[in-house]
Design a protein around this ligand. Structure first.
Ligand code: NDP
Length: 283
């Protein structure tokens, strides 16, 4: 598996397996086991996905040494603020049944971000978390919060796919060396994206499917895609992207698909309050 170095010196597998919306009733367990068998060594979960325990169980039952698997999880906004976050990090460790998490992110850029970040920094210093990062931070949120952080984030996990290539954010974060991890790397299965002529032609040329061409594009852009699937053939296919290379002209052709905006706007009025009120992960 190709590894990328983060700005704190740690290494992250260049592709991760996403488990958003997969139930914690054995389905996540099954999907993660399939993913590990297919060769993924990076799993992306979150406290808010309520499936950390299935992820942890699959990792243990896989027989693969813990240190060979990279686990990302995320702090939910209900637990922002220093004290709540400190406690919630321990809850994630408990649910995963692990003694450290490789990467822990602030899932959303709202509420007491600074207090929550301080808790992440401390947990990193105490060895509970190896790397810390953020998610859904647009250039505006990044410029508001990150200059106030004592530690630079290693990763910003944001919506990214050929329709939304995050040019402004990449420019904003360049000096800090923050890597982008892509959620919705396949556009959440967006049919129009899968029918784009340039992608269809490249898939034919390289005897790959369109999903593989998209994910390969992202890797070559230095982005860490986190494709999600519960379908075994897709789980396997989405990581079988290391035996071909897109030329610079082909990369340029895919770059022209950028529409400059995604489906989710973290800056839309009321998003933070809506999430806080409607997604409660505990009492
Ligand atoms: P994806 O872009 O990964 O798309 C997943 C969808 O695409 C599923 O419906 C899946 O179907 C389908 N699919 C998977 N592979 C293929 C393929 N090769 N061809 C066609 N369709 C395919 O979207 P997600 O929203 O799941 O994002 C990925 C991960 O990012 C999440 O699982 C989560 O870990 C993370 N995430 C983080 C967010 C954040 O706020 N930080 C927000 C959203 C996601 P099926 O499963 O039926 O095969």
């Amino acid at each position: 598996m190709l590894m990328m170095q983060l700005n704190d010196g740690t290494h992250i597998p260049a592709v991760g397996f996403g488990v958003f919306l997969i139930p914690n009733d054995g389905e996540t367990y099954e999907a993660v086991l399939n993913a590990l068998k297919a060769g993924y060594r990076h799993i992306d979960t979150a406290a808010a996905y309520m499936n950390e325990s299935d992820v942890g169980k699959a990792v243990r039952d896989s027989g693969i040494p813990r240190e060979e698997i990279f686990i990302t999880s995320k702090l939910w906004i209900q637990d922002y603020g220093y004290e709540a976050a400190t406690k919630a990090i321990q809850t994630s460790l408990h649910n995963l049944n692990m003694d450290y998490i490789d990467l822990y992110l602030l899932h959303q850029p709202y509420s007491d971000v600074l207090g929550a970040w301080k808790a992440l920094e401390e947990a990193k210093a105490d060895g509970f978390i190896k790397s810390i990062g953020i998610s859904n931070m647009t250039p505006k949120f990044y410029n508001e919060f990150v200059p106030q952080f004592a530690t630079k984030p290693s990763v910003n996990q944001v919506e990214f796919n050929p329709y939304f290539q995050q040019q402004a954010l990449r420019e904003t974060m360049k000096a800090d060396g923050v890597k982008i991890a892509a959620w919705a790397p396949l556009g959440q299965g967006n049919e129009a994206l899968f029918k784009e002529e340039v992608l269809v032609q490249l898939a034919e040329k390289y005897h790959k499917n369109v999903g593989q061409v998209i994910l390969r594009f992202e890797i070559q852009e230095g982005i860490i895609p986190l494709p999600k699937s519960v379908t075994p053939s897709r789980i396997e296919g989405n990581i079988d992207i290391f035996d071909f290379e897109l030329s610079e002209a082909e990369m340029d052709a895919i770059r022209t698909l950028d529409k400059g905006k995604g489906n989710h706007d973290p800056e839309a009025p009321g998003v933070g309050d809506y999430l806080l009120e409607n997604y409660k992960i505990h009492e």
